[in-house]
Design a protein around this ligand. Structure first.
Ligand code: GDP
Ligand code: MN
Length: 374
């Protein structure tokens, strides 16, 4: 059902045919960043790169969200970097802080345990707030409701290559839901209870699981246990409006699902992506569980989104953006061969996390032998 690349000449690949906004269609999409005022330098660095490598040609709007008001200085320094529209939003308090029904004593015991184990952000309450918000709330923020798709960007990341086509339009044209660039295992001790909650959910709602899912990406034993694989903030997720979103940079997802509430999964192909988004949204809503007691465990938003994307969409709706050169912390994805040359990539193609022993890319690849050409 997905249109082929040939039948949709709406965007160009490579560097020869320049993007022409007057003849290309655009997606209803935004570049999204969660940040603190203190992240300003890293924000500027990320925005500057993504503008130069991609958005200068496309002028997608940016949305910045913060749990505190952005400073005048922050807004002034960021707005000047783009020709696109920029919005700065405040996250409503009740969608950021720990919900009142969480047993704080239990939560504190969980934090202390992770701290003893030297788990990164183990004792951080604000990191948990961030993960909870990114899992289940961000797509409901009023600044995001106009959009169907988002590309999640973080401060202090690197974009290595020119992107000459529109990844949102690509995803829309090919019926993709979630796109990523880096996948790796999560720290097991942060999500001990997550998989049992997922299994419980699947048992309650088998109808939500796509018959053509990617269980092989996230489980090595057909769903009995989670292999910790997740897509690490490299998401372009395109969320369609009435559906829910699933991703991070590298993550692209469809948005509206989350807000549609009553969507049901049906086999009606006309509305399938919308419904799946809604579907996903309910799932994510459940998992992100601002409402689950085990949320005290510091579940990262990346495993929550990745599990939902893997189980509630078709495997051909996940997309590995192998042509997007991206680095987060010490983890980099660098394109290879022709894509590296044509993207004028500044990364070393031999230095890509894809080749690391603990990269989850091979788990994704084993879903489909065509991954290299997809
Ligand atoms: P990591 O990538 O999991 O190591 O986590 P980061 O520290 O990079 O945080 C992920 C994203 O959330 C980044 O965009 C941060 O700027 C943002 N973030 C993290 N903590 C907070 C917070 O307390 N407030 C706000 N406004 N943003 C935060
Ligand atoms: Mn980060």
């Amino acid at each position: 059902l997905a249109p082929s690349a040939e039948s949709k000449p709406s965007h160009s690949f490579g560097n020869i045919i320049p993007h022409d906004p007057s003849t290309s269609h655009r997606a209803n999409a935004t570049l999204l960043m969660l940040a603190r005022n203190s992240d300003l330098d890293g924000v500027i660095s990320s925005v500057e790169q993504l503008e130069a490598k991609f958005n200068r040609k496309f002028n997608y709007p940016w949305v910045f969200l913060n749990d505190e008001p952005f400073s005048y200085e922050f807004k002034r320094r960021v707005k000047v970097l783009t020709n696109g529209d920029v919005s700065f939003g405040l996250i409503p308090h009740e969608t950021w802080v720990q919900p009142p029904w969480i047993d704080e004593e239990r939560a504190e015991r969980g934090r202390n345990m992770l701290t003893q184990d030297d788990v990164i952000y183990g004792d951080s309450v604000s990191y948990r707030n961030m993960c909870r918000f990114n899992s289940g709330f961000f797509f409901r923020h009023e600044l995001l409701t106009p959009y169907k798709w988002y590309w999640r960007v973080e401060p202090d990341v690197r974009f290595y290559c020119d992107l000459e086509y529109d990844p949102f339009v690509f995803m829309e044209d090919h019926d993709k839901i979630y796109g990523f660039t880096i996948s790796m295992p999560e720290w097991e001790s942060t999500i001990i209870s997550l998989w049992s909650v997922v299994k419980e959910f699947i048992l309650d709602h088998p109808e939500y699981v796509s018959p053509n899912n990617s269980m092989g990406f996230i489980s090595d034993d057909a769903g009995d246990s989670y292999n910790m694989c997740h897509c690490k903030n490299c998401s372009i997720s395109c969320w369609e409006k009435s559906l829910l979103p699933l991703t991070q940079f590298g993550q692209t997802l469809k948005l509206p699902i989350w807000t549609s509430g009553g969507a049901k999964l049906t086999q009606n192909s006309l509305t399938i992506s919308r419904i799946q988004e809604g579907f996903t949204m309910r799932q994510v809503k459940y998992l992100s569980c601002s409402c689950h007691p085990d949320r005290t465990q510091r579940w990262g938003d990346a495993p929550v989104h990745s599990i939902a994307a893997a189980l509630f969409t078709r495997k051909d709706q996940l997309h590995f953006f192998k042509d997007i050169g991206y680095k987060h912390a010490e983890f980099a994805h660098c394109p290879q061969g022709r894509q590296w040359r044509e993207g004028h990539c500044s990364c070393n193609p031999n230095d890509s996390f894809d080749f690391a022993e603990n990269s989850c890319l091979r788990h994704f690849m084993r879903l489909d032998d065509d991954w290299m050409f997809g």
